[in-house]
Design a protein around this ligand. Structure first.
Ligand code: NOJ
Length: 532
């Protein structure tokens, strides 16, 4: 096996890191209760090191009633028994480091669980009390206060306010079990600084900041004036998202991160209306990275994709931050399915992997995308659990959270021993890690090879990109650095194209034919070649 060591911090590892998202619940179940856990993640570290990623982002594993699967935290300084113990977390961080993998953990600062001691105290206290002042409690509208304080809607659908027995209302931008904190309150700042220090002292390399665009609300909590606000998320300015004041919190956190050695990072989960607004989260004194949801949302279309890539690069460069690239996560339909599903969807997803990993900056891989997993669209009704399900237009996020198939002939394919919390489709037998290890043409081998080339090639990762002129429907660019040039072409059109490709192929997502100095590139296929 390859020897791995942590890249020295001085290299600003985060500028071109490939970060693998572990959705703990669905990664590997060591305890046999059907739910993934930290010992499960720990046992699979050799797999992740072998895959060739640089870091893991581990989704919340803190004490939680699991109303939103851990994004409702009741104790930020301990591990939920479902996922293990604090010692398991310590062991996982230490083992990951020994495998050359950095560890980013989630922090959820916009809201707590309704079972958090602070919220329980707020419910027990009177209106106007210091306990209520940690959250957003308001009187209702109308003669008897029976109408919510404003027209804000929860991201999960329905009003963003819930009434408590004494008549006041509290704000929750997500589920009622996720009351929003009031970040105008200095006590909230102090508490979160302490929580960050707790995990930094334990050895984590950074944080993915949940709802990093939501902690500050417009003064006076003004009405939006529109219904169906969920459709405006990430495209319009809303009084509860992407408010300027939120950047003060990120500055505070950057100073805290910088007070630790080893380049600890902050990554914003921010839905901003434009790439310009998104880049503000990564100004030099703010966070290191922000997820590029504009890239994730782009359709499989060369000109739209190119526009998003150009805007992402331009806006990131303007603030001297690395661009980031993400295709899937635990909140969206898996990209094999978004790109059309079935064989065409997989072909495009494989091509998208080569595109993503050739772009300048840092890339995210959501667990299972390296296996080409599709969204599971036909989960039996009785298993569905996502709080988003059935509210608004969305079918829910269970289908992208189905556990990983590791090996064997029967579900749960080595994920654990018992019935998994969501069932794995029998057809995933052919997609398991073990099955794909045996097949040199598998998506797993494609990812391993692409990550190996990316690690070894001086022109990949951080650095410049130069567009090349390609046939219509094809993206073509060169990455030049360290005296070497790697070129990438992605045919997003319906027909095969011929591209000038002087040099030798390094990797392709499907069959390509060389003809002299040209390559015949089939539809939905990407290729990397070394320009000689
Ligand atoms: C974003 C997380 O990724 C998602 O899973 C969660 O439901 C919301 N934030 C609320 O915390």
């Amino acid at each position: 096996m390859t020897q791995h060591t942590l890249a020295p911090a001085a290299t600003r590892w985060w500028r071109d890191a490939v970060i693998y998202q572990v959705y703990v619940r669905s990664f590997a179940d060591a305890s046999g209760d059907g739910v993934g856990d930290l010992p499960g993640v720990r046992s699979r570290l050799p797999y992740l090191a072998e895959l060739g990623v640089d870091a893991l982002w581990i989704t919340p594993f803190y004490v939680s009633p699991m109303a939103d699967f851990g994004y409702d935290v009741a104790d930020y300084r301990d591990v939920d028994p479902l996922f293990g113990t604090l010692d398991d977390a310590r062991g996982l961080v230490a083992d990951a480091h020994a495998h050359g993998l950095r560890v980013i953990v989630d922090v959820v600062p916009n809201h707590t669980s309704d079972r958090h001691p602070w919220f329980q105290a707020a419910l027990a206290a009177a209106p106007g009390s210091p306990e209520r002042a940690r959250y957003v409690f308001r009187d209702g509208r109308g003669p008897d206060g029976a109408q919510p304080p404003n027209d804000w809607e929860s991201v999960f659908g329905g009003p963003a306010w819930t009434r408590v027995p004494d008549g006041q209302w509290y704000l929750h931008l997500f589920a009622p079990e996720q009351p929003d904190l009031d970040w105008d309150n200095p006590e909230v700042h102090a508490e979160f600084a302490d929580i960050l220090r707790f995990w930094l002292d334990l050895g984590v390399d950074g944080f993915r900041i949940d709802v990093a665009h939501g902690m500050v609300k417009a003064p006076g909590l003004p009405d939006v004036g529109h219904a169906n606000q969920v459709e405006m998320l990430g495209t319009a300015v809303l009084p509860y998202f992407d408010q300027d004041g939120v950047h003060e919190i990120h500055r505070e956190w950057r100073a805290l991160l910088d007070s630790y050695d080893g380049e600890r990072v902050g990554v914003a989960e921010a839905w901003a209306p434009t790439p310009e607004r998104l880049a503000r989260y990564t100004r030099p004194d703010e966070l290191h990275q922000a997820f590029n949801f504009h890239y994730l949302s782009a359709p499989w279309d060369a000109s739209e994709m190119r526009q998003v890539i150009d805007e992402s690069l331009r806006t990131a460069q303007a603030v001297a931050a690395p661009a980031t690239w993400v295709l899937s996560n635990h909140d969206v339909k898996r990209h094999v399915t978004r790109y059309g599903g079935g064989e065409p969807g997989l072909r495009r997803a494989r091509a998208a992997a080569l595109l993503t990993l050739a772009l300048p900056g840092s890339a995210y891989v959501y667990q299972g995308e390296e296996l080409g997993l599709p969204e599971v669209l036909d989960l039996p009704e009785e298993f569905l659990q996502d709080p988003q399900r059935g509210r608004g237009a969305d079918a829910g996020r269970d289908g992208c959270r189905v556990p990983l198939p590791w090996a064997g002939d029967e579900p749960p394919f080595g994920f654990g021993t018992g019935q998994s919390w969501l069932p794995l489709p029998p057809a995933w037998r052919a997609l398991s890690v073990a099955a794909q290890e045996r097949d040199p043409g598998s998506t797993l081998h494609l990812y391993r090879e692409a990550l190996r080339v990316r690690r070894e090639h001086p022109a990949l990762g951080d650095g410049p990109l130069r567009w090349l002129v390609g046939p219509p429907g094809t993206l073509m660019f060169a990455r030049e650095q360290g005296g070497r040039t790697l070129a990438c072409a992605v045919n997003m059109g319906e027909k095969s194209v011929r591209v000038a490709a002087y040099g030798s192929e390094v990797l392709a997502s499907g069959p390509v034919q060389r003809d002299g100095d040209c390559l015949e590139l089939p539809s939905d296929t990407a290729v990397w070649w070394e320009v000689l």
